[in-house]
Design a protein around this ligand. Sequence first.
Ligand SMILES: Cc1cc2nc3c(=O)[nH]c(=O)nc-3n(C[C@H](O)[C@H](O)[C@H](O)COP(=O)(O)O)c2cc1C
Length: 175
Amino acid sequence: MDLMEIIKGRRATRRYEDKEIPKEDIKKILEAGIWAPSGSNLQSWEFVVVLDKELIEKIKMISPGLFGNPAMLVVGCINVERAKKGGKIGYPMAMMDVSMAFQNMMLMAYSLGIGSCPVLSFNKIALKELLEIPEHVDPILIVTFGYPKFWPKPPRRRPIKEVMHLDKFGRPFEE
Ligand SMILES: Cc1cc2nc3c(=O)[nH]c(=O)nc-3n(C[C@H](O)[C@H](O)[C@H](O)COP(=O)(O)O)c2cc1C
């Protein structure tokens, strides 16, 4: 697959087969994550990889936005102490860093035939307790991974001519 195919083909997947992801593929996904760019190369991220089925079930109960039975969850967190090195913008920068790492992971997963879905809707306090996440670490996004029962149809994208502005705002990049 070429890169554009991977970028366009990745879909938020909410129905999964009951099938484990091989360890070597998990490693590839995680490695893709840590090679994402990060502001000032601070890498103020921490990721909790959840493979334990019972734990996944418990997380589902406190996550209204989490659908299906994924084989793996990755909980992306900000190490708030580390992010402080970035000063005032340290925290928002770390949010972008975690997002970029997750995009890398989701694209790598798709290239391996594995679906994924970002999940923002979860109870942060309950999740911290379940995963024994320390005080100075803030979970901000869960991504589910697994083999999809089917690949959903791509939702519509706002076209380039609507969202891309050439040189000055309001001038469409494409007529
Ligand atoms: C920051 C963020 C939060 C999201 N939260 C959820 C969520 O809680 N539950 C869910 O099912 N999908 C969630 N999604 C997935 C989006 O609904 C999905 O990416 C969007 O509809 C576009 O579909 P596509 O990813 O298949 O292109 C989230 C996506 C992002 C980027």
